[in-house]
Write a protein that binds this ligand. Structure first.
Ligand code: ATP
Length: 259
């Protein structure tokens, strides 16, 4: 589902942390948000999944303002894997994933066959089939991350919003997660700190710097040594990955540009 962000300005505690951001994720496109700590990535994503209201501008899903939708309707369109967690600890894995089905259920109606299928498929996709009855509080950080991703997938949204989803994941699950997202062919907005992962996954990248969108384009267009120096304050060479042909950023870990 085409997702357009128009003139988005968000104010937190009296300060503008996003300044008139404009970007479009086309139907089926994976749009990556990158930028230094505090540049506004989570704030932008929170506005898309309606956790925050903008001071100005809007988020349009297939041309409709998300804030004009009823909560259940918005939740059928957009599912999120947010950064903030908590409150889910007393539930089992299956109970948490099944929460993703609530936008489709009438009050007190219980689960139907479609719900059970969606939950089973989501658990399978994240490699948690057979672990349904484990308690969420007994899981590792990476396992929890996969449960919360399964909840978002069970929601069967047209737009998936993922805030740093590779946090806590070991390298194999990172690679599996990226493969899963590519295979979904679903409109996806994702923030990533790992610029090499972003370069390999995303169709387009959008770079935020101090709440301003400073570059948009394909990973190859955007990830230049000049941009890495100006925005991230690091020296790097941009090579070609010998196995995949993706841009490969080799950072100079010895000498930051800024102190
Ligand atoms: N609840 C809040 N109240 C006030 N300021 C906030 C709040 N949440 C975030 N901010 C500020 O808004 C700015 C953008 O924060 P945001 O979390 O969107 O950045 P980010 O790019 O996701 O950062 P990171 O890479 O560290 O996760 C930061 O300066 C942050 O301090």
């Amino acid at each position: 589902m085409r997702t357009a962000i128009e003139g988005l300005t968000v104010t937190l505690a009296g300060r503008d942390v996003l300044h008139g951001v404009e970007l479009v994720a086309a139907e089926g496109e994976i749009a990556g948000l990158v930028g230094p700590n505090g540049s506004g990535k989570s704030t932008l994503l929170r506005t898309v999944y309606r956790h925050l209201a903008p001071r100005a501008g809007r988020v349009l899903l297939a041309g409709r303002d998300v804030r004009a939708m009823a909560p259940a309707e918005a939740a059928r369109h957009v599912a999120a894997l947010p950064q903030e967690r908590g409150g889910d600890f007393e539930f089992t894995v299956r109970e948490i994933v099944a929460m993703g089905r609530s936008p489709y259920q009438r009050a007190f109606a219980g689960e139907g066959a479609a719900d059970r299928r969606a939950v089973a498929q989501a658990l399978d996709q994240v490699g948690l089939a057979g672990q349904e009855q484990r308690g969420f509080d007994a899981l590792s950080g990476g396992e929890r991350q996969r449960v919360l991703l399964a909840r978002a997938l069970a929601q069967q949204p047209e737009v998936l919003v993922l805030d740093e989803p590779t946090n806590h994941l070991d390298v194999r699950y990172q690679v599996e997660l990226l493969a899963l997202l590519r295979a979904q062919r679903r409109t996806t907005l994702i923030s990533l700190h790992d610029l090499n992962a972003a370069a390999s996954l995303c169709d387009r990248l959008h770079v935020l710097h101090e709440g301003v969108l400073v570059a948009s384009g394909t990973p190859r267009e955007v990830l230049t040594p000049e941009l890495l120096e100006e925005v991230f304050g690091v020296r790097a060479a941009v090579l070609e990955h010998p196995l995949t042909g993706d841009p490969l950023i080799a950072f100079d870990h010895r000498s930051p540009v800024r102190g």
